[in-house]
Design a protein around this ligand. Structure first.
Ligand SMILES: [Ca+2]
Length: 198
């Protein structure tokens, strides 16, 4: 009986040593709270000093969306006098509901690294040209540009990964006096997702 007790104490000491080593700095209070509360996520978040541990106990937020320009019908969008956010109405997915098909704007509710991609299909007419760009808040990030004329109906895409703070917005903008075309084939799309939190 005394042997079991002694072995238990030894195990406890080793566990404490390992916990402190993994977390960089050992803190008896946080360790005891963590043990007493077992798998309680709130306590682990409050006292945990290891980002990986937080990730395991709290999970990773799920943020992903994908949409195409027209829900129904076909035709040109633009030209407009001013640069205009494109409202991608046909929503394929919208986990987390951070994308709004009513405005075309994605709003970050989690700080982290995100990936965005969009595509553009050139209008059927010879003019004007098509210019579409990905915007972070009010700043252009990456652009797709195509000349019309004898070589219409081209399409292109661009993508970027960047950090977003909570409240940052991302959308795709049709540049002033430009035009794009779409129909049921869904040429113009806007997709984004959270890579990882920071
Ligand atoms: Ca062209």
């Amino acid at each position: 009986r005394s042997g079991q007790s002694q072995r238990g104490q030894t195990y406890s000491v080793l566990l404490r040593w390992n916990f402190g080593y993994d977390c960089g700095s050992f803190d008896r209070e946080s360790y005891q709270s963590h043990r007493q509360n077992g798998s309680n996520g709130d306590q682990a978040a409050k006292y945990g000093r290891n980002t990986e541990l937080k990730s395991i106990t709290l999970g990773t937020p799920k943020v992903a969306f994908s949409a195409a320009l027209y829900e129904t019908g076909s035709g040109d969008t633009g030209p407009f006098n001013t640069a205009t956010p494109l409202k991608y109405k046909k929503v394929f997915s919208n986990i987390g509901s951070n994308y709004s098909p009513a405005t075309g704007i994605f709003t970050a509710t989690v700080k982290g690294m995100y990936f965005f991609r969009f595509s553009m299909f050139n209008n059927l007419l010879s003019t004007p040209n098509s210019v579409v760009r990905l915007m972070k808040n009010s700043d252009p990030v990456v652009t797709v540009w195509d000349v019309s004329g004898s070589d219409a109906n081209d399409m292109g895409s661009n993508a970027a990964a960047f950090l977003l703070e909570v409240g940052d917005t991302v959308y795709v903008e049709l540049v002033a006096n430009r035009q794009i075309y779409d129909d049921g084939a869904n040429y113009n799309t806007f997709t984004g997702f959270l890579l990882f939190t920071l």
